[in-house]
Design a binder for this molecule. Structure first.
Ligand code: ARG
Length: 515
């Protein structure tokens, strides 16, 4: 009893201590605010991760120096580039450093600091490519870009160009290196850095800079921190710290920067477009994406069924090595993330073959189908095995005693019954697959989710668009589960003949026993 009491007192004391520490640390940090700064740390030399996991790069050094001069601390948060403006709008980040160009459209969604870097877009091609020096030369060609960037915008303005959008610039450059596209349009300093560090061999920049762009630090509209950031920036531009950081990363003297790019957020207060028109405008594109999603799922489940059935039967083989091989396949594809498999198949596989001297490239659709089919085959194999094993051995023995051989018995007696039992789990697998098709956005394939992301990258309306995308997926999965219930009913001989049976059983008063 006493012990219990002592324990309780001790616990409340501890709790009080923790509360005190929390409150006092909050009070202490109040004299110097800490801003959550979004970064996309795969854009060297502006922001990337060191081998020890620390953030580094020009932008990272810059914002730290700006914080020191402007009187705020910095806490980094990694966010994909196309998620940065939505994060600022949602208030999950206070600012961002992402080599983000100050544009008029963006200035309606966020407030930019004064310009802190002068850059421009450049075209990159594989060594040996000739006849490309300007955007016009890319007519009808395949161009890889990073989603939501000024490069993506420039590429999509080229008539007839097939633009493939990737989540990261490095993926777009990898795509060029692998020979899947003809060119990349990207910020010149980033492409140059990748070439210079030797991480990207066989690629060169051609022609002149396509644009002159200024990077700014975006903050939420009307952010109280804008002044701090601008103050800090002005200080380090004047006291030489900026030039030092520039020298460190670019080995050169910084160019003169203007005091403002152009339309700043304060001047650009246009009336926002209503949610309904945002949705209506997006709907046709999203429905097109939905069709592609369905197509991906249907083709993959087709191949997955064939592969899965073979592997599932192999799992039951009398030959041990065949069983082991099937087991290994299932373990691998079930035990590794589908996302990794997609990346491996699309980026890894061609790179491997090319390093072996083979000229092999993957088309996105084919790569997506291969990845999704291989993955679903692993799950389907287990369903097939379970289904077959659930049919009593007596069935197959009876069939064989009637003169069927073992394959015939499997085909005519066991499989038809097993298939019915497999239907519900197969339905589950199909629905999972349907949703998992969204993972192929990573290779830039324009299915439903990607179409949504592309629209968000243009209009910065994540709420409406993700909601509609989710609803479209929901509609697709509900429809498929309806389809599967129908199939189940149609394939059930008891149900199929139920009306007849019912009549008969009413007459004979001896209902046919359900299994
Ligand atoms: N400057 C270009 C833009 O603003 C590309 C920026 C990409 N930045 C990044 N962190 N990936 O659109």
């Amino acid at each position: 009893m006493i012990q219990l009491r002592a324990k309780r007192i001790l616990r409340s004391l501890l709790l009080g201590l923790v509360c005190f520490l929390l409150i006092s640390s909050a009070v202490k940090s109040q004299d110097k605010p800490v801003l959550t700064v979004a970064v996309e740390p795969v854009f060297p030399p502006f922001e990337f991760k060191a081998s020890n996991g620390d953030f580094q790069g020009f932008d990272v050094d810059l914002i730290r120096a700006v914080g020191e001069a402007g009187g705020f601390g910095v806490k980094f948060q990694s966010i994909p580039f196309d998620g940065i403006i939505p994060a600022l709008q949602a208030g999950t980040a206070d600012a961002a450093v992402a080599a983000m160009t100050i544009t008029e459209a963006r200035s309606q969604a966020v407030a930019f600091s004064r310009p802190y870097f002068k850059a421009g877009l450049a075209i990159a091609v594989r060594d040996g490519t000739t006849g490309v020096t300007k955007l016009d030369d890319l007519k009808g060609k395949a161009i890889a870009v990073q989603i939501g960037t000024t490069g993506a915008k420039a590429a999509s303005a080229v008539p007839g160009a097939k633009v493939r959008t990737f989540d990261a610039a490095v993926l777009a450059l990898q795509e060029l290196k692998n020979g899947n596209v003809d060119a990349v349009v990207n910020d010149s300093p980033v492409t140059l850095y990748a070439i210079k560090t030797g991480n990207l061999q066989g690629i060169k920049i051609v022609g002149q800079l396509l644009t002159e762009e200024f990077y700014g630090i975006p903050l939420p509209l009307n952010s109280p921190n804008l002044q701090r950031v601008n103050g800090g920036l002005t200080t380090i531009l004047q006291n030489g710290t900026y030039a030092q950081i520039y020298q460190k990363w670019f080995n050169a003297q910084p160019p003169q920067l203007p005091e403002s790019a152009f339309g700043t957020a304060q001047t650009a207060q246009k009336t926002p477009i209503g949610s309904l028109s945002v949705i209506l405008n997006a709907l046709p594109t999203l429905l097109k994406g939905a069709l592609i999603t369905l197509q991906l799922a249907a083709v993959s489940v087709f191949f997955g069924l064939i592969g899965g059935s073979l592997i599932g039967i192999a799992r039951l083989s009398a030959l041990a090595p065949v069983r082991w091989a099937a087991r290994a396949y299932i373990d691998f594809f079930r035990g590794t993330p589908l996302l990794v498999q997609i990346l491996m198949i699309y980026f890894g596989f061609p790179a491997l073959l090319q390093s072996a001297g083979l000229n092999f490239t993957f088309n996105q659709f084919a790569a997506a189908i291969v990845a999704l089919s291989c993955n679903s085959a692993a799950y389907i194999a287990e369903i097939v095995r379970g289904g077959i094993q659930s049919i009593e051995v007596g069935q197959s023995e009876a069939a064989q005693s009637l003169g069927l051989d073992s394959v015939q018995a499997l085909r005519h007696v066991v499989l038809p019954q097993a298939f019915r039992r497999m239907l519900p789990p197969l339905g589950n697998t199909f629905i999972t697959l349907l949703k998992d098709t969204s993972l192929v956005t990573i290779i830039g394939y324009a299915e439903l989710l990607r179409e949504g992301q592309l629209i968000i990258a243009e209009n910065y309306r994540p709420f409406e668009l993700y909601a509609v995308v989710a609803l479209v997926y929901l509609a697709l999965t509900l429809l498929s589960s309806q389809g599967f219930s129908y199939l189940e009913r149609a394939m059930n001989p008891v149900n199929r003949s139920s009306s007849r049976t019912q009549k008969r059983s009413l007459q004979s008063e001896s209902p046919r026993a359900e299994r």
